[in-house]
Design a protein around this ligand. Structure first.
Ligand SMILES: NC(=O)c1ccc[n+]([C@@H]2O[C@H](COP(=O)([O-])OP(=O)(O)OC[C@H]3O[C@@H](n4cnc5c(N)ncnc54)[C@H](O)[C@@H]3O)[C@@H](O)[C@H]2O)c1
Length: 350
């Protein structure tokens, strides 16, 4: 696979030898290495990485517990504490070895520790490879609101080795597919038509190509980048609502439900035809197992109101406007959102 150059860094597609990573480490003179991982990537991915790249055997390991609840200020504090105690200076390198939780959290910690230290991502989940490790967004969840504290900070490089996916549980593999299908739907008609025939490596590569093109044009999400939020207004609200109830829901699972509901809003707004609405919803419900939960507008509303895309009092969504196209800053009424929430159960799997 060919490497993809982003603004100030390169997204490398690696083989088991991690040639690009070894070259990168050789070309810089970092004072020390720190590897952030969780218990799963420590066990499944770190040994492979160190075998391929023996210089990393001297790295200090910072291990966190896996799971979204650890993308928090408390865990960020522990990471900063650990960096301080182990003498991390501004010339050290933080290596985020993990899924989106590790890359968001590690990127955030690095972006503010001593006013910023270099970091790289070595994503190990399909979601992190296809989406979270690209685009320079870092962050933590705060006060029950996802990604409410964070920075835009680009890594020094991203090194994707899809061999890590061999140990990723199937449910998490599917989770990453949700963002891949989303980007095809909003940005590339041909890719959307090919989705079920492509292998994982090709899906991830094309997804990164598309996301990179978008973030290069609009790194700070002023305009175009907002298209990436399709499915995320209702998806994030549903995810936060269910997580607050203690329900086990993954980001991608909530986003698929969000995409179905927001497709219905797009149809109400006359951005797509009924035929396109049905094609999109049918495809998503055939490819993914949809979360089977009942929820109401009243339950999602507090989270929707906190959505960063809103302007003053109006709820603004990014909405699909054809296969491979998306409009941003679309004002949506509560009645339209309520209709979409009512529509969702008709697409639950049998
Ligand atoms: N920054 C961005 O642009 C961006 C974009 C999309 C999502 N995100 C964030 O990404 C996070 C979700 O990422 P995720 O789905 O990767 O979750 P995650 O990091 O929790 O990883 C999922 C699970 O898989 C395990 N795991 C990861 N790689 C493994 C491997 N190779 N083998 C075995 N187990 C492995 C992890 O330990 C974890 O239990 C969310 O917090 C979301 O907000 C960020």
């Amino acid at each position: 696979m060919t490497s993809i150059t982003s603004k100030a860094y390169t997204i490398h597609f690696e083989g088991a030898q991690f040639k690009a990573l070894k070259q990168f480490l050789k070309s810089k003179s970092f004072s020390s290495y720190f590897i952030l991982c969780d218990e799963n990537t420590l066990h499944n991915c770190l040994p492979l990485l160190i075998t391929a790249c023996p210089v990393l055997a001297e790295a200090e390991i910072i291990e966190i517990e896996s799971g979204e609840t650890n993308k928090s200020l408390d865990i960020a504090s522990l990471i900063w504490q650990s960096l301080l105690e182990q003498g991390a200076d501004r010339s050290c390198l933080l290596i985020n070895l993990g899924g989106g939780v590790v890359s968001d959290l590690g990127g955030f910690c690095a972006s503010v520790y001593k006013r910023g230290i270099p970091f790289i991502h070595i994503p190990t989940s399909s979601l992190a490879m296809a989406d979270a490790s690209v685009g320079g967004k870092t962050g933590i969840d705060f006060a029950g609101i996802k990604n409410s504290i964070g920075t835009f900070q680009e890594p020094e490089g991203v090194f994707i080795y899809t061999g890590f996916l061999q140990t990723l549980p199937l449910r998490h593999l599917q989770n990453g597919l949700a963002e891949i299908y989303k980007i095809a739907l909003i940005a590339d008609k041909k890719f959307w038509a090919q989705l079920s025939s492509l292998k994982m490596d090709a899906l991830i590569h094309q997804s990164v190509v598309l996301k990179n093109k978008i973030v290069l044009k609009d790194p700070k999400e002023k305009n175009l980048r907002k298209v990436l939020n399709f499915g995320h207004s209702l998806g994030h609200a549903l995810e936060a609502h269910l997580l607050a109830l203690g329900v086990d829901i993954l980001h991608g699972e909530a986003i698929v439900a969000g995409m179905i509901m927001e497709t219905h809003v797009a149809w109400q707004k006359k951005l797509i035809t009924a035929h396109q609405r049905d094609e999109i919803c049918f495809a998503l419900s055939a490819w993914f197992e949809l979360p089977e939960f009942e929820f109401t507008l009243e339950e999602l509303l507090p989270y929707l109101k906190n959505d960063k895309k809103n302007k003053k009092e109006s709820l603004q969504f990014a909405l699909v406007s054809g296969i491979g196209k998306c409009d941003t800053d679309v004002n949506c009424t509560l009645i339209q959102i309520k209709k979409a929430i009512t529509f969702y159960p008709s697409y639950l799997n049998d």
